[in-house]
Design a protein around this ligand. Structure first.
Ligand code: XMP
Length: 505
């Protein structure tokens, strides 16, 4: 066992961030459902347990609950927001029911200086109920100006009303480190992605019986490339059948370029040209979810033809997807269907192998480095499976794709020339199915719009738009309008995630 922190998820949108923060401190961390069996939690021998926040009220009959005492008997417990209220309530404190939730910054006063020089602290809160009175043997640690109880401790228990895991809370990581060192007696973590490489390889060897084979569909992106190299190093290339499909939805020159890289990595790779199949199936489809489903179906038909003697199908599922599927209330609405785990049709008759399911996106890059992957692959911007189809709004056809491809290629050319490519998480063009009026030369033009998108991010879960210089945007706009026929206007997308998503569809 990796001896780390277990976070029990009571439904907070920040649960995954708690796991991230512990990993950044060098501790292995894992998110489990709030009602995970006690035996399983015990068997993992955690250093500490964290009860996450959540949208429910502890006072509601149907809210997610479990015995805090049972958990404390396994390891010290940190309660955050809902977790804190659950602890206070079960230990004999009183909660005050709120009619609405309170969001935003707050300033708290520490009664006891648990972090040197931390007397006042700006913290981020998002809570409904509050604690009216503490359990009799609890010690008050901090309050805000209105005397709201914002932190307390008890034997083997620490609890915060605010969220130390979000970056808006100043020095939040110090509070998590304090929990690790003072409550869990672990002053330093020694977990890193490099250190688990061998573990991942051993797990794959154990999971896939000798003589059985894995089918691996590569997208040209980091996740699937790292998955394929990891599987090949574990099982040998001859037991990992890789394919790279030309969907006709790739960027300019991408099929040839990526296939060459895969060959240089000694993968057992086959290129499959299926442009016509995809474009035929997509004809007239404009709804984004329908596009994804249609593309998914064509992929499955190709897989069926190509996977022949394989018993396993690999998927580059990452940890955020796994966490999302654990939440007590789920995340509610499906934002985009790619976020769902386990979308594999049953009739494929293949077992699923997901070697990266414990890792965050930036950790996948670190693992790739530890596996010896070329920087050329590791630094590639993420590219969605449905490719340009979800960047060509409305119905997709070869004419629209060609316009988008030309604009996108100019954009990437400019990014590389200005040394900006590696400073940006993802940059792409979106072709809008709208026409606007312009003047080109002496005549009126009536042509489509290209929207330029560039975001910075750590793992695609949240993102900020990139602040290009005016010169860069001016030059880019000029080149696209002049060099791409069919485009008469260029706009720059200044929407973060949230409230937007990175892709437009
Ligand atoms: P969103 O648009 O949800 O995207 O903010 C987050 C990250 O996921 C990529 N993405 C996809 N990847 N299939 C994929 O393989 C998809 O359907 C898909 N949709 C979005 C997106 O490019 C970004 O990196």
């Amino acid at each position: 066992m990796k001896k780390g922190f277990i976070i029990l998820d009571f439904g907070s949108q920040y649960t995954w961030l708690i796991a991230r923060r512990f990993r950044e401190l060098g501790y292995y961390s894992e998110v489990l459902a709030y009602d995970e069996s006690l035996e399983n939690i015990k068997s993992k021998q955690p250093l500490g347990l964290v009860l996450s926040g959540g949208p429910s009220s502890v006072l509601a009959e149907d809210s997610p609950k479990r015995s805090v005492d049972e958990l404390v008997s396994i390891a010290p417990v940190l309660g955050i927001c809902y977790g804190m209220q659950l602890i206070a309530f079960q230990k004999g404190g009183k909660l005050l029911k709120a009619s609405q939730r309170t969001y935003g910054y707050n300033e708290i006063d520490w009664k006891k200086e648990i972090i040197p020089c931390l007397k006042k602290q700006k913290v981020w809160m998002s809570h409904g109920d509050s604690i009216q009175s503490l359990p009799s043997n609890a010690q008050l640690l901090s309050q805000d100006k209105k005397s709201l109880i914002t932190a307390f401790c008890m034997d083997r228990v620490l609890a915060f009303q605010f969220h130390p895991e979000v970056s808006h809370t100043e020095q939040g990581e110090k509070l998590l480190r304090f929990f690790a060192s003072e409550y869990c007696q672990s002053s330093e973590g020694n977990w890193s992605v490099g250190s688990i490489k061998q573990n991942l390889i051993d797990n794959i060897k154990q999971e896939v019986p000798e003589k059985e084979k894995v089918f691996c569909a590569l997208s040209g992106g980091v996740d699937s490339s790292v998955t394929a190299v990891l599987l090949s190093q574990a099982l040998g290339s001859d037991r990992v059948n890789c394919i790279f499909v030309d969907t006709g939805l790739l960027r300019k020159g991408e099929y040839e370029e990526v296939l060459d890289i895969y060959k240089s990595l000694n993968l057992n790779i086959k290129g499959v040209r299926a442009e016509e199949d995809f474009l035929k199936a997509l004809k007239g489809v404009s709804d984004p979810e329908q596009k994804r489903k249609t593309i998914g179906k064509v992929f499955i038909d190709i897989f069926k033809k190509e996977m022949k003697d394989c018993q396993y199908l690999s998927q580059g599922t990452l940890y955020p997807d796994v966490i999302e599927s654990l939440s007590p209330k789920g995340s509610g609405a499906t934002i985009k269907s790619h976020h769902n785990v386990g979308g594999l049709p049953k009739n494929l008759n293949l077992k699923l192998i997901e070697p990266l399911r414990e890792l965050f996106k930036d950790e996948v890059r670190q693992l790739g480095k530890a596996l010896g992957l070329d920087q050329k692959i590791l630094s590639r911007h993420p590219f969605p499976g449905p490719g340009l189809a979800i960047r060509c709004l409305g119905p997709v056809d070869s004419i629209q794709l060609e316009i988008l491809r030309k604009a996108d290629s100019i954009y990437h050319d400019e990014l590389r020339k200005s040394n900006l490519y590696n400073k940006i998480w993802q940059a792409f063009c979106v072709l809008l199915p709208l026409k606007t009026v312009g003047v080109q030369g002496d005549s009126r033009s009536y042509e489509q719009i290209i929207s330029v998108r560039a975001v910075t991010s750590k793992d695609g879960m949240t993102a900020d738009w990139f602040p290009f210089s005016q010169d860069f945007l001016q030059n880019l706009s000029c080149r696209i309008v002049n060099e791409v026929s069919g485009v008469g206007r260029v706009v720059y997308d200044i929407t973060g995630k949230p409230p937007g998503t990175i892709e437009w569809e």
